[in-house]
Ligand binder design. Structure first.
Ligand code: SF4
Ligand code: SF4
Length: 356
């Protein structure tokens, strides 16, 4: 499910663009029907803050749920392992390594889809040198990591795995062996054989455990035959104060982020006077415009009484686009500040800039 979500998200089109995609040439992030420009540092910082709060709360409360259930690494290895069980004759490892080839190619493509529209990626593959180069390099790196490192990546290199241990407390959800029933345990070691990271859950909590629950499933098969519940099981306390205050802060940050996106103007207009020397009564100004909407805008740039704007004053902005240019302003009786006005297609913005 999560693999489909991650792969499918770039195909979800809202307001004519991928739901989530970073456009490198124009340095903008398409974000669920809106756009965030790289210049909007306050929004980017707030989005990072929201993301960090989200990760912290999920990890502190639900433990390594990401590692065991959501991480693409886990999903791909699980998928390859499950499919390889259907093949007899070939060793499971060989089948898994063969299956990882198309899987890692798909992951490489999926990563590209978060930067280049999916249709364009497929059309340009093996025609565009940059796209093809990125695809092939990523494919090789992902395949090598999955086939050679496998789960040991989670226990040795993954920075998120290391960070998670610092966020745990005594109530965090973990998978633990029930020591009080140790005398009933058959010591069959099926739980150890099932563990993808090679842990013996009977020896107690390990920082390498990715909370995948494979040991619970393996034990359930043998324990059920004796009418017992599995010896490894979940332990933790979800509904505790930390759940509410961390969850509350994350929800509040999400609401503030959504509000900040909503109250943004449709068009962001910036205009500054160029410092270069100009003839008396004449100044040059540089303008830039950001269209934050999915509608095309045709805008007229004028100035209030006392000044005349010279140059291209009909400014066209395509959906989610950026445009910039220059105009001259001649004094016609006015001095001090020029009051610029930008009008059209539901936009009305005024800005005062000095005139020398
Ligand atoms: S699979 Fe269950 S019964 Fe067998 S050793 Fe592990 S915990 Fe004990
Ligand atoms: S100990 Fe159990 S939950 Fe932890 S990684 Fe091994 S199989 Fe998964």
């Amino acid at each position: 499910m999560q693999a489909l979500l991650i792969t499918g998200l770039p195909f979800l089109v809202i307001n004519g663009q991928s739901a989530l995609r970073f456009d490198i040439p124009e340095l903008k992030l398409f974000f669920f029907g809106s756009v965030i420009w790289v210049q909007e540092l306050y929004l980017i910082l707030f989005a990072i803050l929201f993301f960090l709060l989200f990760i912290t709360s999920v990890t502190a409360v639900f433990g390594r749920i990401w590692c065991g259930w959501l991480c693409p690494q886990t999903v791909l290895l699980d998928l390859a392992e499950s499919i390889s069980r259907f093949f007899s004759g070939l060793s499971g490892k060989t089948v898994q390594r063969i299956l990882l080839l198309p899987f890692s190619a798909l992951v490489s493509l999926t990563i590209l889809w978060y930067f280049v529209p999916p249709v364009k990626t497929v059309q340009s593959l093996f025609y565009d040198a940059v796209i093809t180069g990125f695809f092939l390099v990523q494919w090789v790196v992902i395949y090598a990591e999955l086939a050679c490192m496998g789960r040991s990546f989670c226990t040795t290199i993954c920075p998120y795995a290391m960070m998670q241990n610092a966020l745990f407390d005594k109530d965090t959800l973990v998978i633990e062996y029930d020591r009080s029933r140790e005398s009933e345990c058959m010591k069959c070691d099926d739980c150890v054989k099932a563990c993808p990271v090679g842990i013996d859950i009977k020896e107690g909590l390990s920082t390498s455990c990715i909370a995948c629950a494979e040991c619970i499933d393996a034990c359930a098969i043998v324990a059920e035959k004796r009418d017992m519940k599995p010896f490894p099981g979940y332990r933790g306390n979800l509904l505790r104060p930390k759940f509410f205050w961390l969850g509350g802060m994350t929800v509040a940050a999400g609401i503030i982020l959504a509000f900040m996106m909503l109250i943004r103007p449709d068009v962001t207009f910036q205009i500054t006077r160029d410092p270069e020397m100009m003839p008396e009564g004449l100044n040059r100004y540089s303008w830039s415009l950001y269209n934050n909407t999915s509608q095309r805008k045709v805008l007229e740039l004028t100035s209030e009484e006392g000044f005349v704007v010279i140059g291209e004053t009909t400014l066209v902005l395509e959906p989610f686009s950026f445009n910039k240019g220059k105009v001259l302003v001649r004094a016609a009786g006015g001095n001090g500040n020029v009051r610029f006005r930008l009008l059209g297609d539901g936009v009305e913005i005024g800005k005062s800039v000095g005139f020398l």
